[in-house]
Design a protein around this ligand. Structure first.
Ligand SMILES: [Zn+2]
Length: 315
């Protein structure tokens, strides 16, 4: 059973938008799902919807061109991914996706549906989808051939994110990303749940004494309503895992040099402040993170390292 409660802090911001996407690259078909967390209640699987690369030309910041290039290969590329995270609550049988990948919104193979099939699931098994934001590499997979891909899923996102994109689609009807966001939200109609109060939590099996919840954390800056999502056991203060969405993009560059930013960040200064705040918190508290664009499986821990951070991938 999925149960929604509310207490989410919102920021009403409006910024210039840039499309967030990675260049599709060659992938290894047999290794695009991986179990990244499990206990007796919850199981989390990383699904690599698409592998890819980020190009050095997308990034700006205080580093010189030469300093920045040192974090990329000789072709100016660094590996990346587009992930979807699947959360399974064993006692209730709920399946929840964190983001939905590209779907068929751009050319190339989107592997989410194939991955679900491999895991023994069909699209109607998905109860809920939490969107960190509405860029096409996160929301495109809500649709397949123009129709909703997950017939029984409720879609959760922040109200500022929903409002920003619906407004953008009105003002710029020719913008493909805005049209995709609008179409996706319209396809899910009354199943779209936008949260706007102080806090929101999607509790899994709320009747159980020791239940889990997925709670959004304001991480705006990349987009006006971008969120991170905590996976928490309610009996514990420290989250088991923090899904960080697009808190950062090129892991090889932005963990050691967090002040570097991609052209995709709508408000780079706010995004940087959030990146610092969240990375400081997870490093101090030892909270594992799962990033949508960190190379597969996108999961690991963070340590402080000089003026920046070091990412230690899941072994
Ligand atoms: Zn993205």
């Amino acid at each position: 059973m999925i149960y929604a409660g509310r207490t989410f802090m919102l920021l009403g911001l409006g910024f210039i938008f840039f499309l967030c996407q990675v260049t599709p690259g060659a992938g290894t078909e047999l290794s695009f799902t991986r179990l990244i967390f499990q206990d007796e209640h919850v199981k989390v699987t990383a699904i690599e919807d698409r592998p890819g690369f980020f190009d050095v030309s997308l990034f700006s910041g205080p580093a010189s061109k030469e300093e920045r290039a040192a974090y990329f290969d000789s072709q100016g590329k660094t590996p990346s991914s587009v992930h979807v995270f699947l959360v399974h609550h064993r006692p209730s049988g709920d399946y929840i996706l964190i983001d939905a990948g590209f779907g068929d919104s751009v050319p190339g193979e989107s592997r989410l549906l194939k991955a679900l099939e491999k895991l023994g699931l069909v699209p109607s098994d998905i109860n809920a989808i939490i969107l960190t934001h509405l860029h096409p590499d996160h929301a495109g997979g809500l649709l397949w051939q123009g129709r909703r891909a997950f017939p029984k899923a409720k879609v959760f996102l922040s109200e500022p994110e929903r409002d920003y994109w619906l407004d953008f689609a009105l003002k710029a009807p020719g913008n493909a990303s805005a049209a995709l966001a609008k179409n996706a939200l319209e396809a899910y109609a009354e199943d779209v749940c936008a949260f706007s109060t102080e806090e929101f939590s999607l509790a899994i099996n709320p009747k159980a004494f020791d239940y889990y919840s997925l709670r959004p954390v304001d991480a705006s800056g990349h987009t006006p309503g971008h969120i991170a999502v905590q996976l928490r056991a309610e009996s514990e203060e420290k989250p088991k895992l923090l899904f960080i969405g697009d808190l950062l993009h090129a892991a090889a560059l932005q963990f050691p040099r967090p002040e570097e930013y991609p052209s995709y960040d709508a408000d780079p200064q706010t995004a940087l402040a959030v990146r610092r705040r969240v990375l400081d918190m997870v490093a101090e508290q030892g909270i594992p993170v799962a990033g949508i664009h960190i190379p597969f499986p996108g999961t690991g821990t963070v340590e402080k390292d000089g003026a920046g951070y070091r990412f230690i991938p899941l072994p």
